[in-house]
Write a protein that binds this ligand. Structure first.
Ligand code: AQP
Length: 323
């Protein structure tokens, strides 16, 4: 079983990225042939400063390794070190109907946010399809926001196979965990860098993290009154880190009244800080050893490139490209 997933180096990692993609990816590295990459070609759609892009790639590599990605088990590389994927993107573009891309919600969402769209932003589901299909991937662990893009990938693979030959491209399956499908942000919408509602996994100090958690939007029920646990983002976030019994205790305390939201936020803060505490030390060691991190990415790129060439050669032959 080949597992593939990618993540954009577009800023600091948040709890949504971690629970939606990184944590499942790290777990799955023990269950199959894992391929994980830093999607720097994708980040070009939004990051236009070369120094920032480089720094984000470096930071993401460090954070993923600190969280438990094991380069002995998983192949881990920088997307642009395997440029074969851009050739496959072009080939797939030629079987991709415009309508398929026009229907993509995440593109429409970016437009609604006022982003002036480039062709890259519009076409990025095709690059994503190439990322997945070039490794004959079976399973793609992602958050729910990527579900539609995975369907696009499957459609593109099917169209390619219909045109050039059955089973030329392997049709992948998304793997979306119910509990962490959409991690809510401070305001209850999907946690997302572009909504400015994120809680970062490696906030620099406890004070900064506490300040962030205190910003979670709650209603204005007075301290002494009973509170409704249903639909509380605070509880939804607490559920991701606390045991069942602890969640039940918080819910009961909500219903009983007499406790302010600040108290519950403090409990949540402690859980989040504690969850990432063991990774901080490893992260510091990785920050101090940039050569090791670069070696991991280079070695990963070599392995990834070998696999990518196999599929690309098959595709080139089938389409009539080359000799
Ligand atoms: N809130 C979330 N809940 C669950 N999963 C999430 N993911 C992102 N946000 C959530 C998952 O993280 C993986 C990496 O996604 P990405 O590289 O596309 O990161 P992103 O989309 O850049 O994260 P943002 O913050 O949502 O960025 P913007 O605002 O730029 O779109 C994916 O598997 C994704 O599902």
């Amino acid at each position: 079983m080949r597992i593939l997933s990618g993540i954009q180096p577009s800023g600091r990692l948040h709890i949504g990225n971690y629970l939606g993609m990184m944590e499942p990816a790290i777990r799955l590295q023990n269950e199959g042939e894992a391929f994980y990459f830093i999607a720097d070609y994708h980040a070009l759609t939004s990051t236009h400063d070369p120094a920032v892009l480089r720094e984000n790639v470096r930071g993401l590599a460090i954070d993923f390794l600190a969280c438990g990605l094991d380069p002995e088990k998983a192949t881990f590389w920088r997307q642009s070190d395997v440029p074969e994927v851009t050739e496959l993107t072009w080939i797939l573009s030629c079987v991709t109907p415009m309508g398929l891309l026009e229907r993509c919600v995440s593109f429409k969402d970016k437009i609604a946010q006022g982003v002036s769209p480039s062709h890259g932003l519009f076409a990025y589901p095709v690059l994503q399809a190439a990322d997945i299909l070039i490794f004959d991937s079976d399973i793609v662990p992602v958050g729910k926001d990527q579900k539609q893009h995975l369907e696009v990938t499957r459609d593109i693979a099917q169209k390619f196979n219909d045109r050039y030959g059955d089973e030329l491209l392997r049709i992948p399956e998304p793997q979306i965990r119910e509990e962490t499908a959409t991690v809510p942000g401070l305001d209850g919408r999907k946690m997302s860098k572009s909504y400015d509602n994120s809680i970062e996994i490696f906030e620099e100090t406890e004070k900064k993290l506490r300040k962030k958690v205190m910003k979670i939007v709650t209603d204005s029920t007075p301290v002494e009154d009973a509170k409704d646990p249903e639909g509380s983002y605070l509880i939804q976030l607490y559920e991701l880190f606390a045991s069942k019994a602890e969640v039940e205790e918080m819910k009961a305390s909500y219903r009983a009244g007499g406790t302010g939201y600040g108290h519950y936020k403090q409990q949540l803060f402690e859980k989040i800080w504690g969850a990432f505490e063991p990774m901080r030390e490893k992260r510091e060691a990785l920050i101090a050893d940039p050569d090791y991190v670069e070696d991991v990415l280079q070695n990963g790129a070599k392995r990834a490139q070998e696999k990518a060439r196999e599929v690309l050669d098959r595709v080139r032959k089938a389409t009539g490209l080359g000799r």
